[in-house]
Design a protein around this ligand. Structure first.
Ligand SMILES: [Zn+2]
Ligand SMILES: [Zn+2]
Length: 208
């Protein structure tokens, strides 16, 4: 009765019946759309985190990014492409080049594309890191990213993908201090209050 257990676990997570009680529902979820829902609302993302415009009304694609530590989602957002570009365009040329080099050199796109095309269920994309191929259940932390077209359909291309924390750290290692600062500001402005000065974990990079 996986379905029942899953529904129960999702209900508990969604409604927060037992705060602090850990329900790790993700490994059981075989519907990619459910993975890409907001954990906060239990429904698809409806607004861009930056401009707050309803995604359905924006004539542009958008991304859903979620970051996990263990089975807990620690950061999640949808961002429209114009907003995403306006953040990443501020990254230094050196940083953009470093991300490009990682994406080209550290990911075997030919092999991944072949696997993705063969996959019976697109959720298989979330079974292992896009780069180092470590299985998800052996990761301490990871991020998933998916692209939707302007009509709200999930795009099956280079995304959706899952990347492990260690590979994210490799990407962020190549970012300039100036680019890291832009990322920190994005997090501070959209997820934290101005007085929140808890340690910022630099390894997390949700925008590609
Ligand atoms: Zn936006
Ligand atoms: Zn990896």
């Amino acid at each position: 009765m996986v379905g029942t257990r899953q529904a129960l676990a999702e209900g508990l997570v969604t409604f927060g019946v037992f705060p602090g009680w850990h329900v790790c529902w993700n490994p059981a979820v075989d519907d990619i759309n459910r993975w890409l829902f907001s954990e906060e609302t239990g429904a698809p993302f409806s607004r861009c985190v930056r401009c707050a415009w309803p995604l359905a009304e924006i004539a542009a694609p958008w991304l859903v990014n979620k970051e996990y530590v263990g089975c807990e989602c620690v950061l999640e957002y949808a961002i429209c492409k114009p907003c995403r570009d306006s953040v990443t365009d501020r990254f230094s040329e050196e940083s953009k080049e470093s991300v490009r080099v990682f994406l080209e050199a550290e990911i075997d796109w030919e092999a991944r594309t072949r696997e993705f095309m063969m996959a019976a269920n697109p959720v298989e994309r979330f079974g292992a890191c896009i780069s180092c191929r470590t299985p998800r259940d052996q990761m301490r932390r990871f991020a998933i990213s998916a692209l939707y077209d302007s009509g709200g359909h999930l795009v099956n291309g280079a995304l959706p993908l899952l990347i492990c924390g260690e590979c994210i750290a490799k990407v962020t290692a190549g970012l300039s201090e100036e680019s890291r600062q832009i990322w920190r500001e994005f997090i501070r402005d959209h997820f934290r209050g101005p007085d929140d000065d808890t340690d910022f974990d630099d390894d997390i990079l949700g925008i590609f």
